[in-house]
Write a protein that binds this ligand. Sequence first.
Ligand code: ZN
Length: 91
Amino acid sequence: MLRYSFVAISAVAAINLLLTDIILVQILLGLCLATSLGIAIIWPEPLPPPPPPDLWSDAPETKDREMKICSSCGKAVDKKWSMCPYCSKKV
Ligand SMILES: [Zn+2]
């Protein structure tokens, strides 16, 4: 869609270039024609397709860290810890 508008701009610029007699306007229209036509040619069409929605569904549900239950307050604590961060007792 954007590509067609650039094609239209370049076509209008080409028509104006043929109709005008002023050198400055001719230079500006030439620049406009070159850039818009260049963008229309270079512009990637269509856009790359969006990634599939199930791309990240393979991620593991479980956490990779081992947990254990604090013996005094009953909260889940990282297995490597020796002290509970909630009740500051020895796990
Ligand atoms: Zn605790």
